[in-house]
Ligand binder design. Structure first.
Ligand SMILES: [Zn+2]
Length: 432
């Protein structure tokens, strides 16, 4: 930057250099790869559509002179060099894969906003101490290969490489084989190691919820990702004739289930409406109109941003089920226990200040969904920026967003990433 420019002057130049029209057109271009008849996108991880999207990203990158690289799980990196290449880079990005019936913005936005940051910094001629890299993580959605956030988890070392490579999709295709065809289609991209040091990670994403839109707030400063506990409950009673068996002699698994769910609803009641409690699947057997239900299996999805509340109330789920089971037997299994994530305060401060500097209304939010940022928070200071999406809808062909809203988020991202990239020291992640 020119020394005579005040900080705010060149920040405004960078913000102005973020091109709303280019960013929007690139979303439309990416949506061609895996386009569905209903306007949505089906671009599952490591599919031919994903290959096309990667090739497009590489073309945009190389046309501006950025180096592209990929790691052993296919995470794709676009690097704008810094003054000091030995300092760990600032990473920004998200994912290019979609749900089978997905939309044009979930994931893609974070990657394209990152590309816009590089472009804007070039336009203004800003040099940064650290390199800035845009990353497209492999298989975030988890709809083709389970689990989701696979590429970022492998990068962060929380998912073993061998385990991921040996994963198969529903058709029996190995992740390793699908990846090999992607790498063969992008032969000029150099290879690099998994899990190299990262200075900080900042991910832009559509909110996937209705809060920003309904409060007319353009920027969500994401404070963290709420924790999640999943349970399956098996209520075992006895099937019997609905006409001949007196009520007093029944072991009705469905009636017990209604008592249990009512008790759980009281246990997990929250006047502040922060807690999330869902019974999303109920399987009644034999599921016959004139037979007393002998067995019910149901799921519990319980989420909260506060670790202590998640622990205290989650630990009472099994005993609550037992206490309200009547004459039925109960088996409770916990299938997932994921702690909440608090994002790095340095980053939330920088993001908030960037929104303020640009005069954009912003608010703190906790992410209700998982994101690649969760994986990265294990290894470096991490944060997220949310922008509104229409009616809070995502994972749907009707997913939509406002071009100006997307550009506003990219401007905040540009200012925040640039400031992080000028810092020669950055803290380690604050561990919970
Ligand atoms: Zn996403």
């Amino acid at each position: 930057m020119e020394p005579q420019l005040a900080a705010t002057d060149y920040h405004m130049q960078v913000a102005t250099a973020v091109d709303e029209r280019r960013l929007w057109q690139r979303h439309l271009k990416m949506a061609v790869f895996g386009a569905r008849d209903d306007g949505g996108v089906n671009r599952q991880a490591l599919s031919p559509a994903d290959v096309s999207a990667r090739i497009q990203l590489i073309e945009w990158a190389t046309s501006r002179g950025y180096a592209c690289a990929t790691d052993p799980v296919g995470n794709l990196f676009v690097r704008r060099e810094g003054r000091n290449p030995s300092l760990p880079a600032i990473l920004t990005g998200s994912h290019l894969d979609s749900q089978p019936a997905g939309g044009k913005f979930d994931g893609v936005y974070g990657v394209l906003a990152g590309m816009e940051v590089l472009h804007a910094l070039d336009t203004v001629g800003v040099a940064t101490e650290r390199a800035i890299e845009v990353v497209a993580w492999t298989n975030e959605e988890g709809s083709r290969f389970v689990p989701g956030m696979a590429g970022s988890s492998a990068f962060a070392g929380t998912l073993p490489l061998e385990k991921l490579l040996a994963t198969r999709d529903r058709e029996g295709i190995l992740f390793e084989d699908a990846l090999a065809s992607v790498l063969a289609a992008t032969p000029n991209v150099k290879r690099r190691a998994l899990g190299f040091p990262v200075g900080a990670y900042l991910e832009a994403h559509i909110e996937q919820g209705p809060v920003l839109e309904s409060t007319r707030c353009g920027i969500g400063v994401v404070a963290g990702i709420q924790g999640t506990r999943w349970f399956t409950v098996h209520v075992k009673g006895a099937s019997a004739h609905a006409g001949t068996t007196p009520l007093a002699m029944r072991r009705d698994a469905f009636k017990a289930t209604t008592s249990i769910v009512t008790a759980l609803s009281s246990l997990l009641a929250d006047g502040d409406d922060v807690l999330r409690f869902t019974v999303g699947r109920v399987v009644v057997e034999p599921n016959s109109p004139n037979t007393v239900p002998g067995s019910v299996q149901f799921t519990i999805d319980f989420r909260h941003p506060d670790f202590e509340i998640l622990k205290k109330l989650g630990d009472r789920v099994e005993s609550t089920c037992m206490e309200h089971a009547g004459k039925c037997d109960i088996l409770v299994n916990e299938t997932l226990n994921m702690s909440p994530i608090q994002f790095d305060k340095t980053i939330t401060d920088i993001v908030s200040a960037a929104a303020d500097e640009l005069g954009l209304a912003r608010m703190f939010l906790t992410s209700g969904a998982f994101h690649d940022a969760k994986s990265l928070s294990e290894m470096c200071p991490t944060g997220m920026i949310f922008v509104p999406c229409a009616n809070g809808i995502s994972h749907s062909p009707s997913e939509n967003a406002d071009p100006a809203g997307l550009a506003a988020g990219a401007r905040v991202l540009a200012l925040a990433v640039e400031q992080l990239a000028q810092r020669t020291t950055l803290s380690s992640p604050g561990r919970r």
